[in-house]
Ligand binder design. Sequence first.
Ligand code: BGC
Length: 686
Amino acid sequence: MEQTQIKKRILFLATIAIAFFCSGYAQLPLYLDDNQPIEERVKNALNRMTLEEKVKLCIAQSKFSSHGVPRLGIPELWMSDGPHGVREEIEWNTWKRAQWTNDSCTAFPALTCLAATWSPEMSAIYGKAIGEEARYREKDVLLGPGVNIYRTPLNGRNFEYIGEDPYLASVLVVPYIQELQKNGVAACVKHFALNNQELWRGHIDVHLSDRALHEIYLPAFKAAAQQGGSWTIMGAYNKVRGEHACHNDLLLNKILKEEWGFDGAVITDWGGAHDTDEAVFNGLDIEMGTYTDGLARESEFTYDDYYLAAPYLKGLKEGKYPISTLDDKASRILRLIFRTAMNRHKPCGSFASEEHFEVARKISEDGIVLLKNSSVSTKQPALLPLQGEKYERILVVGENATRAQTQGGGSSELKVKREVSPLEGLKARYGDKINYAQGYKAGRPHYGRVEEIPQEITDSLRADAVEKAKDAEVVIFVGGLNKNHQQDAEAGDRITYDLPFGQNELIRELLAVNKNVIVVLVSGNAVAMPWVQEVPAILQAWYSGSEAGNALANIISGDVTPSGKLPFSFPVKLTDNGAHTFDYMSYPGDSIRQEYKEDILVGYRWHDTKKIPALFPFGHGLSYTSFAYSQITADKKQLNSPEDKIKVSVTVTNTGPVKGKEVVQLYIGDERSSFARPLKELKRLP
Ligand code: BGC
């Protein structure tokens, strides 16, 4: 072939290739091209959508999914509870279990346990693992984590939150969100805001000072939105200053979206929307669960009747609502869809794997708090750790030693592939040295009601446990609360600060026949401990998920040295807690309105400032080893402006017999402040 002919042929082929290449790209709409900036894609998709399509984006299509845009290939959003594992599948439009056989998950420890680790690294591995589970299950939004501040030990949902301190909750929520979202699954931080009690949660109107709002109740949400970059947030059921939190101008428009620059979507709590005008104007983006109160009611109300469905469309067509309100909502939802459901670069995830059980165990071990450890007589060492070779007859007492704690509690309930109970964990560690007595009976979880246990059953269980305790060398009592209604569960607060089901009496009777009693409390809340002086060893073991029993056995045996610290204060009695010092308007309110009268003095801020010693204070947690703090230095004597920084350093040395971990906690107080301040506040972890 002549050279000119060759050149012509090359030119011809190149022209065809370029034309083919360009035509391919020209056909790909910009919104589908993930090489384009996300904001361009959002605008492009929005321009192609009809009014009806945009409105549909804003509402649920089933209990746990919202609409996509089928005509444009934009997928639906699939959501799941959260926050301790990926909830089992339920039916399309009922709360009934779907009975799938492939949705048994890993149960991670409840967030109070994570909080007790005081460890951002633990939070990161938690977020990563739960994100992988959610991704595997093809979820786009995980409904969690929760960062409502622990205000009262009666709140039925404290176990799902990260404690009483805004700094601790902020530091821990961020890595959870960041690692979760690396899986292309959005966090949905909840419940924004001031859902600090379950009693009357659907309508109680919370009033508080600006300082309490901004210093105590909002910082963890702010950290979640800004540092964590959470892609969604869930509104709370309650009202705040007269408006429902799910469509609240102050919280959602002014603070979240304007002040904090949140570019994600606001999702209602299930059934949290109440009014079309407010939902349109006051910052709500996605309406879920209307006319379903969590797990309770169903109705004939259809998805088309949702406040942001037909009534919104009608108002838009009549010019009552500006299109800009809709474009803003739809843009936020499209952004969310691009980040999650349409994210083609997300990993594949993994589910109920040994690696995830390992994560659950580690967090659980790091979160268990040794509240007390003393010896029964001066000649003996502290009761814990319990060295197997020293004991032949160990009696385990208590229903919580065998009860599945992933059941009950409300929306955080899980169907699990594995849950090692305390009794199983202890048997695996101590073998047939372990004997068991149930001791008391609580009944199964029942939504909204309490099961009565006949007195004869209570009496005979107690007598059996006390009889067996006489013969044991040591008794491990595993009790606490249990996620039944009013015992750490959604939609109801506890009614007293005391341990339920006659446990206090049982502990006293056990002590009367055997001094070597170890009390293990399984709960997400503080409880009164009238026997605290007589019981030599007390552990706070939380709801610890799949590996609860193994983690507990590792701590009791000393294979792992306890290092957990309390993320909230345990008052001696209920009225020692700030919220309960005042009249009923402070807690629980008059059923319509409530005033946070303790103001900024929540938790330890109250105990310290008012000089009311706690039974066990915030930050408390013992070890099997000891630590010496030395060379404590600060590079400045005082701070002169809010931007000013001080560098503080300390040398911590393990001076005890075994290896262990210590959490260094830096608190700051301002002795010369001209206005009221807490005595001290947690400001840094290393
Ligand atoms: C709870 C939420 C939960 C939702 C969906 C509500 O009752 O308050 O935390 O995510 O139900 O199950």
